[in-house]
Design a binder for this molecule. Sequence first.
Ligand SMILES: C[S@@+](CC[C@H](N)C(=O)[O-])C[C@H]1O[C@@H](n2cnc3c(N)ncnc32)[C@H](O)[C@@H]1O
Length: 229
Amino acid sequence: MSRADLDKQPREVARMFDAVAKRYDVTNDVLSLWQDRLWRVATRRAVAAEPGMRVLDLAAGTGTSSEAYADAGVAVVPCDFSTGMVGVGKRRRPDLSFVAGDATRLPFADESFDVVTISFGLRNVVDTDLALREMRRVTRPGGRLVICEFSRPTFGPFRVLYSFYLTQVLPRVARLVSSNTDAYGYLAESITDWPDQRGLAALVAGAGWRSVGYRNLSGGIVALHRATR
Ligand SMILES: C[S@@+](CC[C@H](N)C(=O)[O-])C[C@H]1O[C@@H](n2cnc3c(N)ncnc32)[C@H](O)[C@@H]1O
């Protein structure tokens, strides 16, 4: 299944995640060589949530990106449109209050969160601009946005090596670990097709966010974008 096939078909995206839900977390660990854990810590630090704050974790999947906030006593709302991912999440963390919802039509009132964060989800949302505008709508004035997403390694030789890993190694490893190999072919393509650090910053600013900035993690494999409403 190519990214082009998935464009304009949010239901297909949801179904694809339903299919990988059971082994999603272990597959992530293996394919990222456990780097995902470092990326999550950096995201959590950027969100800098404190008790008393309301945090929306959008495209939360199985809730792996949400649980640290709940553990710290923060009111976090994990939201996702894949019933399969949310089902696994609810079994794993029954204490999290998952909400079923589409990033482009959020089921929340205007200005209802202090921080909106999305980890490895924005790339999968078919209409990026609409999702960024919806995230802005539900964030209070002065509230913040934190996006953790795959990006582009900045050092040329490392970029070449990474591209080899993405296109040649990752699909083979995914075949061994995951329950759905098509989805991981899509993973490589969706990362390659996604805008680089500056491109995403421009999209965020274009959706009305201000003070947009980013920093690279693991040499730019992942970038953390931040912005303020
Ligand atoms: C790679 S997972 C990330 C899950 C989690 N944030 C994490 O860090 O492990 C991407 C998630 O985005 C969700 N997603 C994609 N498009 C969405 C949309 N339009 N609305 C809500 N969720 C969406 C998928 O269902 C999937 O669970």
